[in-house]
Design a protein around this ligand. Structure first.
Ligand code: ADP
Ligand code: MG
Length: 243
C-alpha cells in the first residue's frame, strides 16, 4: 500500500530523513515513535507528497509520488490525514466540515456528501453534534470529527500524526478508542504516537526513528515490547523514558 524506499531529506544543510525505507501492506497498523525532532512528522508528510524529498522513492497504492504525471491532489484525497491540532474549519459547522472536501475534491453531490459524512460522524459517536461549530466541541470531540472527516473521503490508508498529544488527558481515551475500532475493522494505518498502550493493543509493527531521521527499528509489536535484549541502546533509552 505504501512503499518508502531509501528516502533522504534535508532542510537546507540539515538532514532530517536518512535513508528511510518502510513498506506498509494493506491492513497493517504501523506505529512510529522516536524522540522529538527525529523526523516523524516529516516522514508521515512525505507519504502524501506534502513534503518533497531529495532522494529515494515513494509509492502509494502503486502510484509514484515522484512521477511528474501523477495527479497529487487526486492521490492525496485517498490518503486520510489527522494532525495533532485538529485543523477543522472554525467558521463551518461540523456537517459542513465533513462535506466540503467530498464535494470540492471528489465531486460528490451535497446529498451524497452529507449522507457519507453523517454516517462517519455516527461511527465516531458524534451524530448528535452535527449542527455545532468546532468551537462548541471539546478537543477530543474535535479530533473525532477530524477523523470522521478523513474517513468521509474513503481513504485507502489513514495517517495520524500525534493525534492525542494536544488533548487534555481525560480526552485521550475517546480518540484512541475510535482509532482502535478503525484498526480492528482492518484500516491500513500509520500512526505517530507515544501511546504505547495503543501500540500494544493494535499495532502489528513498531518503527523507531532516532534523531537525524534514521530508522533504527522496524519490527513486530511482540519483538519490540517483549524482546528488549534485541533492541538498539537508543531504543531502550527511549522506551525507558516513556514507559
Ligand atoms: P518530529 O515530528 O519527530 O518531532 P519533525 O519531522 O517535525 O520531527 O522535524 C524533524 C527535524 O526537521 C527537526 O529538527 C525540525 O526542527 C526540522 N524541521 C521540520 N520542519 C522544518 C522546516 N519546515 N524547515 C526547517 N526545518 C524543519
Ligand atoms: Mg512531529
Amino acid at each position: 500500500m505504501i512503499e518508502i524506499k531509501n528516502v533522504s531529506k534535508w532542510y537546507g544543510p540539515v538532514q532530517v530523513l536518512n535513508d528511510c525505507s518502510v513498506s506498509i501492506n494493506k491492513g497493517d497498523v504501523v506505529v512510529v515513535c522516536g524522540p522529538s525532532g527525529s523526523g516523524k512528522s516529516t516522514l508521515i508528510k512525505t507519504v502524501n507528497g506534502l513534503e518533497p524529498v531529495q532522494q529515494g522513492s515513494i509509492h502509494v497504492d502503486g502510484v509514484s509520488l515522484m512521477d511528474p504525471n501523477t495527479d497529487l491532489p487526486q492521490l492525496r484525497s485517498r490518503v486520510g490525514m489527522v494532525f495533532q491540532s485538529f485543523e477543522l474549519f472554525p467558521h463551518l459547522s461540523v456537517t459542513e466540515n465533513l462535506t466540503i472536501a467530498q464535494v470540492k475534491v471528489l465531486g460528490r453531490t451535497e446529498d451524497e456528501a452529507r449522507e457519507r459524512g453523517l454516517k462517519m460522524l455516527d461511527r465516531v459517536g458524534l451524530l448528535a453534534h452535527k449542527d455545532k461549530f468546532p468551537g462548541q466541541l471539546s478537543g477530543g470531540q474535535q479530533q473525532r470529527v477530524a477523523i470522521a472527516r478523513a474517513l468521509s473521503m474513503d481513504p485507502i490508508v489513514m495517517l495520524f500524526d500525534e493525534p492525542t498529544s494536544a488533548l487534555d488527558p481525560e480526552m485521550v481515551g475517546e480518540v484512541l478508542d475510535v482509532m482502535v475500532q478503525l484498526a480492528n475493522e482492518g484500516m491500513t494505518m500509520m500512526v505517530v504516537t507515544h501511546e504505547m498502550g495503543f501500540a500494544r493493543k493494535v499495532a502489528n509493527r513498531v518503527i523507531f526513528i532516532d534523531v537525524g531521521g534514521r530508522i533504527l527499528e522496524d519490527c513486530s509489536k511482540d519483538e519490540f515490547f517483549n524482546h528488549p535484549e534485541n533492541r538498539q541502546p537508543r531504543t531502550k533509552d527511549f522506551l525507558n523514558k516513556i514507559l
